[in-house]
Design a protein around this ligand. Structure first.
Ligand code: ADP
Ligand code: MG
Length: 344
């Protein structure tokens, strides 16, 4: 080993950025969460070349003043919490760490165009490799548009590890889809290379949202899960939709789980859903599911690390049993499985 030395600021920042920004989909996740936290009723995500060339997220949310926008791209700046006591009482927002915009701006060319609700002037702010290059007045609607060009242009090692555009877009699509499903009251649209992939209405109907995201065939095969008599366990309620066993895919990403309305990945919940189908599904096939699990606040920490979307529960076995029972009961009642048949 060499002598110990202190890293320079640029190196420190790019290493830190790597903790938040792994690929285009992680940028999309952070920007989308910011739009939802900003009380948007419409959000449009448009990416080029799977997000490797550009990513644009526009919302009609609360917007920012020039001062807010300048502050937002600095390190550790947030409007969402004040101090640690806010964390103890539980955060209602998707973000709170105050690191995403700064980290993304450190490894890309970022343009923020924004106008506060009711404000009479807009601002355009450009940041390159973490440095603010221009701030100017801009004519723009209320709300915020964040554009990211040339992600990782200054971290060639990272850029090299990006996958094919189609694969990067798959990841983007999964993120946007799941946030759309978790927020049926928000109109969410996704565009790739100028073509619209899907657009939800924001009409607050889960079934309509599933229709917009997955199409009519999948939407029509979805069955309501509303579990009245859950076995004892950590969950208060389970709500949502699961598909007819014949509507299945070889991709587990179509089994979407939410905790208290927030999209999270939980292999325990996913496995429990799949288990309920018993031998109606072959081992490499997965149903479509959009299930919200309600837990009493304080029994789960959903503010997982930005890179780790996987959430862990205190009583995972209890949760698994409740989810399996709820889905199994739903499928049984609809005559889609026979009782007690194990998977495989
Ligand atoms: P965090 O979301 O953890 O607060 P970010 O770096 O993602 O940190 O954002 C910093 C701040 O910038 C936010 O707290 C918010 O005040 C502001 N901001 C970011 N995106 C938007 C947006 N789309 N609309 C309004 N304000 C935003
Ligand atoms: Mg954020």
């Amino acid at each position: 080993m060499d002598e110990i030395r202190e890293l320079d600021q640029t190196t420190i920042e790019r290493i830190a950025a790597g903790e938040v920004v792994e690929r285009p989909a992680s940028v999309v996740k952070e920007l989308l969460e910011n739009s939802l936290d900003a009380d948007a009723s419409r959000v449009r995500v448009a990416v080029e070349a799977g997000g490797t060339e550009s990513i644009r997220v526009s919302d009609d949310g609360v917007g920012m003043t020039e001062g807010d926008a300048r502050a937002a791209v600095r390190e550790h700046t947030t409007s969402k919490i004040r101090d640690i006591s806010d964390l103890e009482s539980g955060v209602g927002t998707l973000g709170f760490r105050g690191e995403a915009l700064h980290a993304i701006s450190a490894v890309s060319r970022m343009t923020i165009t924004t106008r506060p609700r009711g404000g009479d002037r807009g601002t355009r702010l450009r940041v390159e490799g973490g440095e603010v290059t221009t701030v100017e007045a801009a004519g723009c609607p209320e709300g915020t548009t964040v554009e990211i060009a040339d992600l990782f242009y200054n971290v060639p090692a990272r850029r090299k590890y990006l996958s094919r555009d189609a694969t990067e877009f798959d990841h983007v699509n999964t993120v946007v889809r799941n946030y759309a499903l978790a927020n049926p009251a928000v109109a969410v649209a996704l565009e790739h290379d100028g073509r619209e992939t899907f657009a939800t209405t924001g009409g607050d109907s889960l079934r309509e949202t599933v229709m917009a995201v997955y199409g009519r065939e999948v939407a029509e095969s979805m069955i309501d899960v509303d579990a009245r008599e859950l076995p004892a366990g950590p969950l208060d309620a389970i709500d949502g939709l699961v598909s007819h066993p014949e509507t299945n895919r070889a991709d587990r990403e179509y089994v979407a789980t939410f905790v208290n309305g927030r999209y999270v990945r939980s292999s325990a919940a996913r496995n429990a859903i799949v288990e309920a189908y018993g031998n109606q599904l072959s081992p490499d096939r997965y149903p479509f599911a959009v299930l919200d699990l309600s837990l009493p606040a304080g029994t789960v920490d959903v503010n997982v690390h930005p890179r780790k979307m996987e959430v862990r529960f205190a009583d995972e076995a209890g949760l698994r049993e409740q989810v399996r029972a709820a889905v199994e009961e739903t499928l049984l009642e609809n005559g889609l499985i026979r009782s007690g048949a194990p998977r495989g």
